[in-house]
Write a protein that binds this ligand. Structure first.
Ligand code: PMP
Length: 953
């Protein structure tokens, strides 16, 4: 039936029922466009209940022609347009699809069409795209969505318009009714959706008073847009659902749009909720209502999506959305509402302290404690990787032992495989007892024996004894409850909720909130949960902010093992970024040597002891003849600084030539030659007058590219000769043989030969900074300078030389070393200490004994081949050699750097269990420099994770 006029009564979804979208032919739509005073080519866009067409001019899209569903009175669309204008005015940083104007009048009109009168308007087109097709949403994207939802909510809080008084199926106050009304469209899923909806509805009712106000109520990944080439949302389209509802529904709807993306929903949800709460604080009632409303939103989406697809099978937009809508609903109801609510409340600092437990102790005397946490010594040397550790350790301890509730158990991570979203369920919601005697009832109740467990139903908690046997029936406090046994899990839960014995860390706080710590019933002290220590906040209080940390929301790393790092959730990560722990984290040989030396002696190099010459011999034996004098220091910065001072002393000059995009340290002289603008945005304009920078010889994106890259060498040599001609002959030249900070970029062949030649010709010396690239990391070469076929005059070494312990050295010739005398004496209190020398020698020995250079060559080649084979438009190139690689990410064929994408990639990799960071002046290169013990399998896992992540961005 064709209507003759638009309705005038406020829209009422429950009365209207079905809402097929207008479906005018493009030709007819063109006449409407002309009638509005617009012009351009039209093409169809999707919409569930309106008809949208894109208007394009000679320069591309210029506007959207929106034909409103004829079931809506004009008043409603006026309200939408007024709301858009208000948001645009109050949020100047947001792009908003407001109604376009011509001659000061809005381009909107009710026009006669073949489908009856239709309200048509021209809206501002926002170039860019939405987020609905992005496989994965970065937490930063979700946070921005939450923030925008809060800003819009605040903008519209006092908005009033007669067109707001509509009854929409999207108003979550109507959600249960909508789902019931449409339930028949759900087919076999009907009962599941109804059941979830009614229990969510009951939770909303129980939440308490919820504020009601106008809102957009559709700020999802489909209606938030980002600029062309951008990554974060900065615009809003589609005010079609503007109405009044619960204020918290604005957030619930935004959150629902996060649930269908890859990578699990907990991180984006938390990011969005936190950002909303920071702008527009939620009440406790709103926190309690939030997740039930997300479930209800999911239910409304699937029910109305099925209905729309059924009514209008030709509407591809509605059809495509079905799968997504189902994923939203399924995610929302995948975890019990009280778990998510407890988790959110805890994250927002709104949870109540858990009640203490007291009762008759279960055991006659307290058990010994078995620590299964990440820092427990029984986990050392990778012992946690062998399945069954907990049982073995408990049973070999003899007597009754207990492992606590609430603290992640590393022993549960033994089956972990890196590179996936799957988290090991490491957090116990029960305490575990081994070799226990008879257990007594802590309070009165009724015992029920069911498959493999005893349940004491009582107050304040039910006691679940998983693995215990005993009698059923009523018991009094202190009476026998369960037989002696080998192993039992003791769980205290609030009536009626089934809580798994082990849960994944992400939602653990929510699960734990449904249980209580049984320690008191075992005669043990209450558990201090790691979250109560909060090292990040404490660090922020006392550590200057400029000492940055990785990640906005960093994992707390407390253990390392070979190429793995482990956080307090007992989650292992592949460490692909560590250029210090070359021989691997927590190497047992280093632990032994350090322990022994600390018990023997640790003093300074003014004394004579065996460890120092032994270390000097070990170092110089690995260097070309003539480089046989060693200065011992504590860090790379000190080594670079000292090398520069030695160059100055040896030549009596002060001018130094350095490469752009370099980093050599933070001390005065090493910082002076650090030119990387990623580390210091003012680097290029603030160098002292004695530092001369030549371009980074980057054959991928520098001045000379690809086949032209050979020109960098002659150019730099010319600059060095010019300096001599200007009366400033150089004291020295400092460079890494592979530019580390720039992304592991190999110098062009012959570069150092050319430059060293020019330096020496004018009487200067050559410094090789081997702090990152030396010690076998390059695979084919032990030292970086070997790759260039040159021999420097001074070599600076550190980092991997101590595998994390502060050990640094400068190795040079006798003549240069002797020149230092002109500058005074040299002494470093800890440089060359017995401990540092013992560690340094042991590191060199381990590199040999474990053939780590060969491993760097083989695994590095495999890693490089895997990265080169990645099929992604974002991959520009792979730099580097051995286990020193850089994956450069670009936006297009012009090699435009993609720094935001690279940052997102690092976040996604963290989620997938890989520690990775960006480097380079553009922040668009993954710095791939794992411990040299990386295995082939781990290299493959990393490549697979990068491939997966790239596909989802
Ligand atoms: N030189 C290079 C090439 C480096 O990468 C670094 C550290 N990133 C340093 C020197 C300074 O070393 P440290 O941090 O040990 O002072």
């Amino acid at each position: 039936m064709i209507r003759r006029s638009l309705p005038t009564e406020p829209f009422d979804f429950l009365a209207a029922g079905e809402l097929p979208a207008p479906c005018l032919a493009v030709d007819e739509a063109a006449t409407l466009l002309a009638a509005l005073g617009g012009h351009g080519q039209l093409s169809r866009l999707g919409s569930q209940q309106d008809q949208n067409l894109l208007v394009s001019g000679p320069d591309g899209p210029s506007a959207v022609l929106k034909l409103a569903n004829p079931s809506f009175p004009e008043q409603d669309t006026l309200a939408q347009d007024a709301a858009a204008a208000l948001v645009a005015a109050t949020c100047p940083d947001l792009r908003v699809s407001t109604v376009l104007e011509t001659g000061g009048r809005p381009m909107r009109a009710v026009l006669d069409t073949s489908e009856g009168p239709i309200l048509a308007r021209l809206l501002r087109h926002l170039p860019g795209g939405t987020f609905v097709e992005r496989g994965w949403l970065a937490p930063s994207v979700a946070a921005r969505m939450g923030m925008i939802a809060a800003q819009v909510s605040r903008s519209l809080a006092d908005f009033s318009h007669p067109g707001l008084e509509r009854r929409l199926q999207w108003d979550l106050r109507e959600s249960l009714g909508v789902v019931e009304l449409l339930a028949d469209w759900l087919g076999p899923e009907r009962e599941r959706v109804l059941r979830a909806s009614s229990s969510a509805w009951a939770a909303v009712q129980a939440a308490g008073e919820l504020a009601v106000q106008p809102g957009h109520f559709d700020l999802t990944d489909d209606n938030l847009v980002c600029a062309v080439g951008g990554r974060l949302p900065d615009g809003i389209i589609d005010f079609g659902d503007v109405s009044r509802s619960w204020r918290v529904a604005e957030l619930a709807i935004t959150v629902s749009g996060l649930l269908h993306h890859a990578g699990g929903w907990t991180e984006p949800v938390l990011a969005a909720v936190r950002a909303f709460h920071a702008e527009q604080p939620l009440t406790r009632a709103e926190v309690d209502a939030l997740w039930p409303l997300v479930v209800l939103r999911g239910a409304v989406l699937v029910a109305s999506g099925r209905q729309q697809a059924g009514l209008d099978p030709a509407n591809a937009y509605a059809g495509n959305a079905l799968d997504r809508e189902w994923r939203i609903f399924a995610a929302a109801e995948s975890v019990p509402v009280p778990v998510v609510t407890g988790w959110l409340a805890e994250a927002l600092g709104m949870s109540e302290p858990s009640p203490g437990v007291s009762g008759v102790p279960l055991l006659a005397s307290p058990p010994a404690i078995l620590d299964l946490g990440v820092m427990s010594p029984i986990m050392d040397e990778g012992a946690w990787q062998r399945p069954g550790l907990a049982d073995r350790a408990a049973l070999s301890a003899g007597g009754t032992v207990a492992a606590g509730w609430g603290v992640a158990r590393l022993s549960e991570a033994s089956g972990w495989v890196p590179g996936s979203d799957q988290r090991a369920t490491t957090v116990p919601t029960a305490a575990t007892l081994w070799n226990h005697g008879e257990l007594r009832a802590p309070w009165d109740g009724t015992v029920r024996a069911e498959d493999g467990r005893l349940v004491l139903v009582g107050e304040p908690f039910d006691v679940i004894l998983q693995g215990a046997t005993g009698m059923s029936g009523p018991v009094k406090a202190g009476e026998p409850l369960a037989d002696a046994g080998v192993r039992v899990d003791v769980q205290l839960v609030r009536g009626g909720v089934e809580v798994p014995l082990l849960v994944a860390p992400e939602l653990a706080s929510g699960w734990l909130g449904l249980t209580a710590d049984p320690s008191a019933l075992l005669g043990l002290e209450a558990t201090a949960l790691p979250s109560s220590r909060d090292p990040l906040r404490r660090r922020e209080r006392h550590v200057a902010e400029v000492q940055e940390h990785y990640y906005a929301d960093p994992p707390q790393i407390e253990r390392g093992w070979r190429s793995l790092l482990i956080d307090t959730d007992a989650r292992p990560y592949l460490d692909l970024v560590n250029n210090v722990a070359g021989v691997g984290h927590a190497h047992p040989r280093l632990a032994t040597v350090a322990n022994r030396q600390l018990r023997l002696l640790n003093t300074n190099s003014r004394f004579v002891y065996e460890a120092l010459p032994a270390f000097a011999e070990a170092l110089t034996s690995r260097l070309p003849d003539g480089l046989d004098q060693v200065f011992f220091v504590n860090s790379g910065s000190e080594a670079a600084d000292l090398a520069i001072r030695l160059a100055m002393a040896a030549t009596g000059r002060r001018d130094i030539v350095a490469l752009a995009e370099a980093y050599h340290g933070w001390t005065y002289a090493s910082d002076a030659v650090s030119t990387s603008v990623a580390d210091n945005p003012n680097a290029l304009t603030t160098r002292p007058d004695w530092v001369h920078t030549v371009p980074a010889p980057n054959s991928y994106r520098g001045q000379w590219r690809d086949g032209e890259a050979w020109r960098y060498g002659p150019d730099a040599a010319t600059r060095i000769r010019e300096l001599a001609a200007e009366g400033r002959p150089v004291a020295g030249f400092i460079a890494e043989a592979i530019q580390g900070n720039a992304g592991g970029i190999l110098l062009p062949d012959g570069y150092l030969r050319e430059v060293y030649g020019a330096v020496r010709e004018s009487g200067g010396v050559a410094i090789a900074d081997e702090v990152q690239v030396g010690l076998g990391r390059l695979g084919q070469w032990f030292w970086g300078f070997e790759q260039q076929g040159v021999v420097p005059d001074l070599v600076a070494v550190a980092k991997g030389l101590g595998n994390g312990h502060p050990v640094g050295a400068v190795i040079t010739t006798a003549a240069i070393a002797e020149s230092y005398r002109t500058g005074g004496y040299f002494f470093s209190s800890a440089g060359g200490s017995p401990l540092s020398c013992a560690i340094g020698s042991e590191v060199l020995a381990i590199i040999d004994d474990e053939q780590l250079q060969a491993n760097a060559r083989e695994v590095g080649a495999r890693l490089r081949a895997g990265l080169e084979a990645l099929d992604s438009p974002w991959v520009g190139t792979v730099h580097g050699a051995g286990l020193y690689l850089g994956l450069e990410l670009v936006r297009d064929d012009q090699r435009t750097p993609a720094p935001e994408l690279t940052a997102e990639l690092c976040e996604r990799l963290r989620q997938l269990g890989v520690i990775m960071q960006a480097t380079g002046d553009h922040g668009n290169v993954l710095k791939i420099k794992p411990p040299l013990v990386l295995t082939a399998e781990q290299a493959d896992q990393f490549v697979a994770a990068v491939g997966q992540a790239l596909g989802e961005l």
